[in-house]
Design a binder for this molecule. Sequence first.
Ligand SMILES: Nc1ncnc2c1ncn2[C@@H]1O[C@H](COP(=O)(O)OP(=O)(O)OP(=O)(O)O)[C@@H](O)[C@H]1O
Ligand SMILES: [Mg+2]
Length: 264
Amino acid sequence: MSILVLKNIKKTYLLRNSVFEKRKSIEAVKNISLTLEHGVCLGIVGESGSGKSTLGKIILGLEKPDQGEVCFLGKNLHNLNSKELKELRQNLQVVFQDCYSAVNPRLTIGEIIAEPIRNYKRLSSVEEENQVQQLLKKVGLSPEDVHKYPSQFSGGQLQRINIARAIALKPKLIILDEAVSALDALVQIQILNLLAQLKEEFQLSYLFISHDIQAVNYIADCLVVMHQGEVVESLDDMEQLEQLEHPVSKKLLSSILPPFPKLF
Ligand SMILES: Nc1ncnc2c1ncn2[C@@H]1O[C@H](COP(=O)(O)OP(=O)(O)OP(=O)(O)O)[C@@H](O)[C@H]1O
Ligand SMILES: [Mg+2]
């Protein structure tokens, strides 16, 4: 069974500039069908506005599609009651680009990482702190960071904290929406390596959304190219990256720098 199956997903946003103007609409996602297998990282690449984040939000249930089905772990997300959805939702996590706004500055790192654990498990405070410290170690931070606040960390460290929170419930799928795009090149490689290690260790699947085909090439096993709400090209094997043919794919490829050295 595939971990995620999208069937004919469509999402149109209605825009109203003023009461006198005719309503305009944007077809953010036109008719997307795709399948993601267990343990695989699927890259979704495309220019700004091509509908990547809208697709991610639909999978996360943050946006409702006008049409189509999202099947996660064999279940249609839109046919579940709230209890079933909560149960399934622990297997689906997200890391966004803006690591600062993803955390509450008034909470300690321990409280931030423990948030999903508190939603799903009843642990004593000692057990909870132990789990959080283990998670901090997994993402390359010190267990002593548990009592610190977000303002005491760099962007790269904060993204590690967001990743620790995302893996806290041992999910099956993580949606990474431009998760490394705001970081400088060296930190990007470090976080991509961390994500690759965690993927192996916990047999995670990733949906790696990015406008940066180089970062996608570094981590993804396969890829789809989106343009104006549609999948215009796909690759099952990243070795064939140079053979992409669509003009948008070629444009994204032409922005590639010399390859990152593989460190894993
Ligand atoms: N809530 C919304 N209301 C109206 N239009 C929206 C909304 N969210 C997205 N859009 C529009 O839908 C289209 C797709 O947006 P989306 O954010 O999915 O693109 P993206 O590929 O993630 O872009 P980026 O690389 O800049 O993040 C864009 O034209 C955008 O303006
Ligand atoms: Mg986006």
